[in-house]
Design a protein around this ligand. Structure first.
Ligand SMILES: C[S@@+](CC[C@H](N)C(=O)[O-])C[C@H]1O[C@@H](n2cnc3c(N)ncnc32)[C@H](O)[C@@H]1O
Length: 234
């Protein structure tokens, strides 16, 4: 028996995860900014900056959600031809469309409707953590990237040692209570904290990327490692 709402969600099917994001979709952007004091804008800006340095022709943003990564990429004109956003949660895609984000596809990141070697770059922000099978997700990314293409993974990670106890206490005790002022979905925010704690550390994720067939994986810590940006080439 799951002990908490978060345990419940953590063991749910992809459909249940999509449904959870569907329920938080109307307040997702607001809570994103509120819970981290707007730092998420900076994290996506760093992602867009890294991609712009590569300036890929065809880019796929996975788990695109409400479309903020695509907007950050568009501001920097990071891709020269096409940018597509894919997500399996229709209410999140609806929020993206209301923000005038175009080229959106409803798709499961574990079974992408794209041919091998279709893209020069993949971005994914705060999505991989939620995949039912992360290794399969990484292999699917590799499949749709051309040789020499790059995956950019922005994800919550494990902060530097001194900060970790305070940060994980905030995730466990403060954030879900704060979130419940704005949404009845307290369980979704307990799940967020639990999923961050359980997510692989920076070197482990780099190793998983290598295991999925990426040639080299390196990472940059942002905000003392609360978030890390992993970049790897096929
Ligand atoms: C925390 S949100 C991140 C949204 C956005 N990338 C951002 O930066 O705010 C996670 C998103 O991942 C999506 N997601 C989770 N698993 C997925 C999968 N297997 N296929 C497609 N989308 C998925 C959810 O529907 C949700 O929109």
């Amino acid at each position: 028996m799951p002990a908490t709402a978060a345990d419940d969600l953590a063991h749910q099917s992809p459909e249940a995860i999509a449904a959870m994001f569907g329920r938080v979709a109307p307040r997702y952007d607001f809570l994103n900014h509120a819970l981290c004091g707007g730092t998420d804008v900076y994290w996506r800006w760093q992602l867009a900056r890294a991609v712009a340095a590569q300036r890929p022709a065809r880019l796929l943003d996975l788990a695109t959600g409400s479309g903020d990564v695509l907007r950050a990429l568009a501001r920097r004109q990071a891709a020269s031809e096409t940018m597509i956003g894919a997500d399996f949660c229709l209410p999140m895609l609806r929020v993206a469309r209301e923000k005038a984000v175009s080229h959106l596809v409803a798709a499961d990141a574990l079974r992408l409707p794209f041919a091998d070697a279709s893209f020069d770059a993949i971005t994914i922000a705060f999505g991989l953590r939620n995949f039912a099978d992360r290794s399969a997700g990484l292999r699917e990314m590799r499949r749709v990237l051309r040789a020499g293409g790059r995956a950019h993974i922005l994800e919550f990670s494990h902060p530097v040692a001194g900060l970790a106890p305070l940060y994980f206490a905030y995730l466990r005790w403060v954030m879900p209570r704060y979130a419940q002022f704005f949404t009845p979905e307290r369980g979704a925010y307990e799940y967020l904290g639990d999923s961050i704690r359980a997510f692989p550390r920076q070197p482990q994720l780099a190793e998983m990327m290598r295991g999925a067939g990426f040639a080299a994986a390196r990472w940059t810590n942002l905000t003392f490692g609360i978030v890390a940006l992993h970049v790897a080439e096929v």
